[in-house]
Design a protein around this ligand. Structure first.
Ligand code: P6P
Length: 341
């Protein structure tokens, strides 16, 4: 056909990508059909949540729901709705064995809730991270990590109290000027942009790679009075560098998905350290630190607590917190040098 270029119309949707990856997964335990069904369920929830977020103001869905989550934080209306959407979708996918959500006090053992056989995957997630920004229309997002249940398990809390290095996949969906899913199933990091006209996530950022070094640092400096020495000394080294080095730029959105997304694409360092006020930091290990660390390492970066690799942390409870520094390997290595002094 005149002017028709098949390559130009070779649109790779998220489902087509996942199915392809399933066949060449480095871990043959990822059954492509079941994993594809799980990812289909996950990315459908992202489309539903994207629609809710985009129309939140119009549908009077901003503001608080009037109750608090297990963290003692005011739940936003969209927090509650997004959580319900994800829990229901993941259970009905038939692929879930255990669910852990920031908005659920206890882990959901799917076999206990439904008489249908539970699946083989454990999904840990923050259904709507950054919710304090919802009312201001700032980018927010869904974060998820995936474990396969242990051999012989039918699904228990022990299937998710495992180091993040045992995850088989992780990702986030960022809701902003466009909806972007960034995910990895262990063979690189790939980004997909939602084309609302056809309702599909299209591969737009294949093989995301964190630059070896950036010039952006991302941290809430309002907590500076609580920081420990190594963090203060590192920050001074990039804010008042020895000439001819130039100072870094500060960028902090206060929404982890947005700050990490920028760090993966532009490089630099994102930090939420432990300090004298928050002795283990603020971000949750299972469904914030682990997934973002998984993605960062898959993209060639480093994610550390300051003392050890984030993915090597052994969780003891599903809502525990963890300090995190992630991003360009040279920048995070510079930070670590201050912890070793
Ligand atoms: P602070 C949002 O509430 C969140 O959980 C993350 O998305 C974000 O990185 C962090 O907290 C921001 O915390 O203390 O800087 O407002």
């Amino acid at each position: 056909m005149e002017g028709y270029n098949p390559q130009e119309y070779n649109i790779i949707t998220l489902e087509r990508y996942v199915l392809g990856e399933g066949h060449k997964s480095p871990d043959q335990r990822i059954a492509s059909r079941e994993f594809t069904l799980l990812m289909s369920s996950l990315h459908t929830t992202c489309k539903v949540i994207e629609n809710l977020v985009r129309k939140a103001r119009l549908n009077n869905l901003v503001g608080v729901a009037g109750n608090q989550n297990v963290q003692g934080e005011d739940q936003k209306k969209l927090d509650v709705i997004s959580n319900e959407v994800m829990v229901n979708a993941l259970i009905s996918s038939g692929q879930s064995a255990v669910l852990v959500s920031e908005e659920e006090e206890h882990a959901i053992i799917v076999g206990d809730r439904t008489n249908s056989a539970a699946g083989q995957y454990c999904i840990v997630f923050d259904p709507l991270d950054g919710s304090s920004n919802i009312d201001a229309g700032v980018n927010i997002g869904t974060i998820f990590g995936i474990y396969k249940i242990r051999e012989g398990s039918t699904g228990s809390i022990q299937d998710v109290l495992r180091p993040g290095r045992e995850m088989i996949g992780a990702g986030y969906c960022m809701y902003g000027s466009s909806a972007n899913i960034v995910l990895s199933s262990g063979s690189g990091v790939h980004g997909f942009t939602l084309d609302n006209s056809i309702g599909e996530f299209i591969l737009t950022h294949p093989n995301i790679s964190v630059p070896a070094r950036g010039n952006i640092y991302s941290i809430n400096e309002g907590n500076s009075m609580y920081y420990h020495e190594p963090v203060l000394d590192y920050l001074n080294s990039i804010k008042f560098p020895e000439p001819p080095k130039k100072p870094y730029s500060a960028r902090y959105i206060g929404s982890m998905v947005a700050d990490v997304h920028r760090t993966l694409l532009y490089g630099g360092i994102f930090c939420y350290p432990a300090d004298k006020k928050s002795t283990k930091g603020k971000l949750r290990l299972l469904y914030e630190a682990f997934p973002m660390a998984f993605l960062t390492e898959q993209a060639g970066g480093i994610a550390t607590t300051g003392e050890k690799r984030v993915l090597d942390v052994q969780p003891t409870s599903i809502h525990e917190r963890c300090p995190i520094f992630l991003g360009s390997k040279d920048d995070v290595s510079d930070l670590l040098s201050f912890f070793k002094k």
